[in-house]
Write a protein that binds this ligand. Sequence first.
Ligand code: GDP
Length: 424
Amino acid sequence: SRGDQDMNIVIAGHVDHGKSTIIGRLLADTDSLPEGKLESVKETCRRNSKPFEYAFLLDALKDEQDQGITIDSARVFFETDLRKYIILDAPGHIEFLKNMVTGAARAEAALLVIDADEGIQENSKRHCYMLSMLGIDQVAVLVNKMDLVDYDEETYRKIVADYTEFLEEIGMEASSFIPVSGMEGDNLASLSDNMLWYEEETVLDLLDSFKSQPLPENKPFRMPVQDVYKFTRGGDDRRIISGTIESGQVSVGDEVVFYPSGKSSTVKSIEGFNRPDTDTIGAGYSTGFTLDEQIFIKRGEVATLADEKDPHSAARIKTNLFWLGKEPLTKDKEYHLKLGTSKVKARLEKIERVIDASDLSQSEDKGQVELHDVAQCVFKLDSAISFDLANELEHSSRFVIVDDYEIAGGGLVEESLEDEQSWV
Ligand code: GDP
């Protein structure tokens, strides 16, 4: 579970456009750095006769984390009066994709950084395309390094106009644009005297205005089965079906159906892990329950409720994915597809179209999907899995593709297809 006051944000954008500088500055301006950190980094710079950069703060924190001094290795925090922000890895990084898809950490909002001097670049667009695919629609666009363009309003307006056009093409809308300088701290924590033509909100104000995304408790119940524990109580052999609830809720007495097997039973008890026993539990919690009857359930199935919408089950699916693998995705290789807790062998059967998210150009089947491509394609699986479709229940439509033990791509299931031919 996560604290209701925390918000996960992701900072995206082309390399060198100033992401680390902006984060460093936000940490400093919100007093979120460990005591003495700012001074010690400045001192190190002085000793090495190199100019201090806010981006170094991030490196210094990461070094500490690598040495195990801070608890949480992949994340950086800063705090406003309203809440705590957790900054996740950037899109384009496998780690981010993995977190988003597995639900380990889901971004609720994004800061997208564009260098005012260099202008919109490939990854300014690609990253945003990924964010929109993953359903992140609270996106603030920060036009950074305004100091390098003499705080010129025209330069800013031109980038806003061009980028708005791109967003419209992909059916997205930015929550706001803000002209900033990460280096000088303009418009981050307070409005800048250098840009009197801009008098709307600061980056911190904007972040505080973002809404926490409610956990999908009112959607159909979905709990991918993580494990089945056997234990004995009062001489009875019992099993606890455990997992993390992705959506909906479940109560004692509910009839649960597991897919793809279709086996069903009634919930007898809900077992609290580190929390009081309860009769009802919902989205976001790791939990376990026992059943009235002993039915044999395996990891990889998904628990649902009999009186709610069924998931789809199929061994052939149409998907929309982005590829981050160094090796292209090809038809002559066997991959693994992971969705929820299921993991099956997968073969690419057909590429319907490939989109280059940096210019939105489309091509038909090129025979393979290359690094950074977005593709609509059909996968054939070695056995049926259960899932929902992206336009129905996004959380349980997300999957990753594993190429030789490494996650190389991910996306959403768009259609459940009939089986046309067998696996081999
Ligand atoms: P990242 O790759 O997006 O994390 O970019 P960095 O934060 O590492 O910044 C790349 C370079 O741009 C560094 O040399 C920064 O000092 C510089 N930079 C970042 N923000 C600004 C800014 O607002 N103004 C100026 N002049 N330089 C900046």
